[in-house]
Ligand binder design. Structure first.
Ligand SMILES: *[C@@H]1O[C@H](CO)[C@@H](O)[C@H](O)[C@H]1NC(C)=O
Length: 410
């Protein structure tokens, strides 16, 4: 009897033991090329906002802010994802239903299109049907999200989520039930998976990565992004370990600013054009490292200084100086090919590829005034992350950058 019991206990223990996992878990990210029309829109948008900072110094709102009205309702302002182009697949429910989402370090909630949503913009993308999941649990929290261009409503419920083979139990999921405006219509994605800090999440629900940490699913609580410049080259998000084939040289680390764990916020000691300091950081500068922002953003005052310090001849834009961020004593530079967007009347336009017939060009930097206590801040978006393989480390509350290795160059 005793022996049997022991044996049973052992079998049970075996099943409870974590199965040894592969070294790193990756999700390939698809990159969608901007259409010519998208590019035209983008350049008009940038020019308009960049010009306006000279005129009246308007205030630009932060990308996401939360306002909780009652226990069961919260309002969130969300940024514009229209230009975000890297999406990867996650499984939701048991058995998993696979949807393409944006992995966004600049927000912390997990949103998916729900089958409950009858609006065209929901129905034109893959949706999640909670009725088909054995693990679904209704929580009944309602949430309202305002975008620049519209609004979504949803409820927060719970289900199992699968990310790169990792099974996350009891994950809070914001199911989108109503959608007004064209937030997702143009997008090639059905949801947004926030990888920011839990203080950013609605109702203080656990973001996906916090559940990964609590459920002890990775050997290291890190994730990293490898963003390609070219749609032909695969982009990746990697969980649990860094992928040494994706960068060269050393990894340089910067601590997340203590007490401000919300965005992945780090100190920038100086910002330079060529070898000259823009003198913007005498009292320190900050940067949020944000995979959900496609370009860079700057406080409007800082951008005005930068714009008055540079004259770009669009036909020879590549002769412009590098734009450099000094982070923890190390220079991280963007070449003019990386921080200037060109636009030609002829010729094909691909991200990262500059037109041979440059008619016009602009800085790939939007003014954005994020208020205290997190701002003012710069956002290092996808164009920075394509150059620097970036590691987000929750075990040590720090961000690592290393020179990304690309099979493609300008
Ligand atoms: C899920 O099932 C409930 C109960 O049968 C039903 O009322 C609801 O319409 C279903 N939802 C969807 C999205 O099919």
């Amino acid at each position: 009897m005793k022996i049997w019991l022991l044996l049973l206990v052992q079998i049970f223990n075996c099943q409870q033991m974590p199965i040894s996992q592969p070294q790193h878990k990756k999700i390939p990210l698809k990159k969608y090329a901007k259409t010519f029309e998208d590019k035209t829109k983008q350049i008009n948008f940038l020019t308009k906002y960049q010009t306006s900072i000279y005129n009246e110094n308007p205030k630009f709102l932060p990308s996401e802010s939360i306002e909780t009205n009652s226990k069961l309702e919260a309002k969130i302002k969300l940024k514009n994802y229209a230009n975000t182009q890297y999406v990867g697949s996650v499984g939701i429910g048991n058995p998993p239903q696979y949807l393409d989402v944006i992995f966004d370090t600049g927000s912390a909630n997990f949103w998916v299109n729900s089958k409950m949503c009858r609006d065209y913009s929901c129905q034109s993308h893959a949706t999640y049907d909670h009725n088909k999941s054995l693990d679904y649990r209704e929580l009944g929290y309602f949430i309202n999200v305002e975008f620049g261009t519209g609004e979504i409503k949803g409820e927060i419920n719970e289900d199992t989520v699968y990310i790169a083979g990792i099974e996350i139990k009891r994950q809070n999921i914001g199911e989108i039930t109503d959608e007004v405006g064209d937030i997702f219509v143009q997008g090639k994605f059905s949801g947004i998976l926030g990888l920011g800090f839990p203080s950013m999440a609605a109702f203080n629900f656990n973001p996906v990565f916090d559940n990964i940490v609590e459920q002890n699913l990775l050997s290291s609580n890190i994730f990293s992004f490898y963003y390609s410049l070219d749609p032909e080259e695969e982009s990746q998000i990697i969980f649990g370990e860094v992928d040494e084939s994706k960068y060269s040289g050393s990894i340089y680390w910067a601590d997340v600013i203590d007490g401000l764990e919300y965005y992945w916020l780090i100190e920038v000691e100086d910002i330079q054009l060529g070898d000259k300091s823009l003198n913007l950081c005498r009292n320190g500068c900050r940067a949020a490292v944000d995979t959900g922002t496609s370009l860079l953003t700057a406080p409007s005052k800082g951008l005005a200084v930068l714009m008055s310090s540079i004259t770009i001849d669009c036909s020879e834009f590549n002769k412009s100086p590098d734009l450099t961020f000094i982070i923890n004593g190390k220079k991280f530079s963007l070449s003019p090919e990386e921080y200037i967007i060109t636009y030609g009347l002829l010729g094909e336009e691909n991200p990262g590829v500059h037109s041979k017939n440059t008619e016009d060009c602009t800085l790939a930097i939007m003014p954005l005034d994020v208020p205290e206590p997190y701002g003012p801040l710069w956002i290092l978006g996808d164009i920075f992350l394509a150059k620097y393989y970036t590691i987000f480390d929750r075990d040590n509350q720090r961000v690592g950058f290393a020179e990304a290795v690309h099979g493609y160059s300008y």
